[in-house]
Design a protein around this ligand. Structure first.
Ligand SMILES: [Zn+2]
Length: 393
């Protein structure tokens, strides 16, 4: 780390504005890289994104640690040796301090309770993700979430210090890699001790709320998504509004929404079964009056799913051994408009695949099946599709 710049954010994470002298300003691609004698802008590092804000009247595009020093990237140059004013975007920074501190608590608890290491940490635009090198069940995560929120209520201090190497050797702390030299150790009593150069809240109470909103298997371990503070509240609020909207749609109270949805699913399944029975009855009645054309029965149906289409086709196919059933994907009664149809083709006399090929070539179709039954899609005018049968295949 180049030490030409005094890092004000290290001892003073709550510093929002500062004045600094421009030590250098060099072109860097289509931007300018500015090095200051001191800064409150946190550079990207340790999973925490770079601070945003204003420097010398310009938006700061990025802040990075480079071999040459801590660089602020701007779209226009700043005069060397000039005194400039900097202001970080505090809302964004404070939310990151809440999330970063929350990450320490959760990772520390997972380590102590379940022996798993945090092997990856990313603070994106939405939720923070933490990757742990082992499985974490829903019950384990609920336990961690509960304990993490207790650490918030206890409002313990978040302490940062640079212990002597001899003292550090006696400390049990988390670190992703072996470290040497002047190491910053961040301690949250009762929850975590970790080597970290990021920005944190002063007391855990400022995190407000920790919610573990998602867990998924990732690289043989578990990726956990977390929200803290206002973001956690906002997400809970959005979820509550969704549940209320569902409850209103079901004319029930939010507390009954799970049972209501379950009942609705059962009713829907019963109706579907009844509908199937009725459809089959109608087809059986119409089967007696169906007049084959050139040995084929061709029918246009409304809105049949693939399974219904197959059943209908096999039923009518049994009459003459040949049937084509088409169902428009979108109901439209206009005869002059080419329609996109789902189709099923059944034949015990011909190879159904060869017949389907004729239709597919003529009506931009596609489909697959066996020698007896083919299902697919085609697009065309009803009368032109019928004409293929009338004219004879
Ligand atoms: Zn940290």
């Amino acid at each position: 780390m180049n030490d030409r710049t005094l890092r004000l954010y290290d001892p003073h994470a709550y510093l929002r504005e500062f004045d600094a002298h421009v030590l250098s300003c060099e072109p860097a691609g289509d931007r300018y890289a500015v090095i200051l004698d001191q800064t409150a802008f946190y550079p990207e590092g340790g999973g925490q994104p770079a601070d945003q804000g204003i420097l010398g009247g310009q938006p700061v595009l990025d802040v990075r640690e480079r071999p040459e020093g801590l660089m602020h990237f701007l779209s226009k140059p700043l005069a060397k040796d000039s005194l400039v004013h900097g202001a970080i975007d505090w809302d964004i920074r404070f939310a990151r301090m809440q999330h970063h501190s929350g990450e320490h608590i959760v990772s520390g608890l997972v380590k102590h309770r379940y022996g798993l290491d945090n092997v990856g940490f990313h603070m994106g635009s939405a939720a923070v993700t933490m990757d742990f090198n082992g499985a974490l069940s829903a019950d384990m995560l609920e336990e961690v979430e509960r304990l993490a929120n207790q650490v918030i209520y206890q409002n313990v201090p978040v302490e940062a210090a640079y212990p002597q190497e001899s003292e550090r050797a006696t400390l049990d702390y988390r670190s992703k890699k072996a470290l040497e030299g002047n190491i910053r150790i961040v301690t949250i009593p009762g929850a975590d001790r970790c080597a970290c150069c990021g920005t944190h809240v002063r007391h855990t109470g400022e995190i407000g709320l920790i919610r573990l909103i998602k867990a998924e298997t990732y690289k043989g371990g578990t990726r956990v998504s977390m929200l803290c503070g206002l973001s956690a509240w906002q997400e809970a609020r959005t979820q509550a509004l969704r549940v209320q909207a569902i409850a209103a749609g079901l004319s029930t109270a939010a507390v009954n929404v799970v049972q209501s949805v379950q009942r609705l699913k059962e009713e829907l399944a019963a109706l579907h079964k009844k509908n199937q029975t009725l459809k089959t009855k109608v087809w059986m009645l119409e089967l007696n009056q169906a007049e084959p054309v050139n040995g084929w029965i061709i029918r246009f149906e409304d809105d049949l799913n693939a399974e219904d289409l197959r059943q209908c086709c096999q039923l009518f196919g049994q009459k003459t051994g040949r049937a084509i059933i088409l169902s428009a994907k979108i109901a439209d009664s206009r005869e002059e408009v080419p329609m996109e149809y789902r189709y099923a083709m059944f034949s015990t006399h011909d190879d159904a695949r060869a017949v389907a090929k004729t239709f597919n070539q003529r009506f931009a179709g596609q489909g697959g099946g066996n020698a007896t039954l083919v299902q697919g899609t085609m697009t065309g005018l009803k009368r032109e599709i019928e004409k293929i049968i009338i004219d004879g295949l």
